[in-house]
Design a binder for this molecule. Sequence first.
Ligand code: XBP
Ligand code: MG
Length: 257
Amino acid sequence: MGNTLRGLLFDVDGTLADTERDGHRVAFNRAFAQAGLDWRWDVAGYGKLLAVSGGKERIRYFVDSTLPDFRPPGGLDAFIAELHARKSRYFRELVEDGSIPLRPGVLRLLREAREAGLLLGIATTTTEANVRALLVSGLGADGPCWFDTIAAGDAVPAKKPAPDIYRLALRELGLDSSEGIAIEDSDNGLAAARAAGLLTVVAVNEYTRQQAFPGAALVVDQLGEPDSAFRVLAGDPGRSTCVDLALLGQLLRTVRS
Ligand code: XBP
Ligand code: MG
């Protein structure tokens, strides 16, 4: 334990890639249409539904709040599970088509962390198969092997903002929370990481830029590249212009010292 950076924990949706608007949302709508449902989640409405993390939980919230009399044959649980499985297949098709690239700075930071021998983990509410598809598409066939653990989806009972998925990832990495930093994009993700004791850097996106990020070490519009600086929304990055290990190490030392 100490104030030396030993590991990075990455959220997936909205952090590694902008998956929500043109990925998950489109996949949900395809699954609804394929099931003969006239449900359609538009871009703005989906932004509100993102307050509920987890796709199955999101469908259930939608049904409970807008269609309380909806009673599918076989029961709601089984119906949602099947709809979500179909949605996940559509999502992976979109990823495999190459339509969802990694966000700026992600590949650079991952490479730097690997070269430095840091532990790398994923802590996400999405389905593990989705994560693997995204990592293969963005990093190549061995992408999933870049990570020492992939903590995902239903591996824990309570999804973000609960800290459970971060605690699981930390446990699997053998890392104390004081030795790691989480990279997130949303208020729910920040709350989860903070509750697990992790210093957290937030890179916002279209759906999360209006959110509040209490307790974030740094809030930026993207991780940035050396020749394409981030915009700082909160926190002090010193002279750094992109999120790299020098900056992350400095943030950790400042907070833990
Ligand atoms: C974001 C989520 C996920 C996705 C949909 O997760 O809440 O539910 O929107 O994925 P994170 P599933 O930012 O933690 O990666 O349908 O597979 O749940
Ligand atoms: Mg996210």
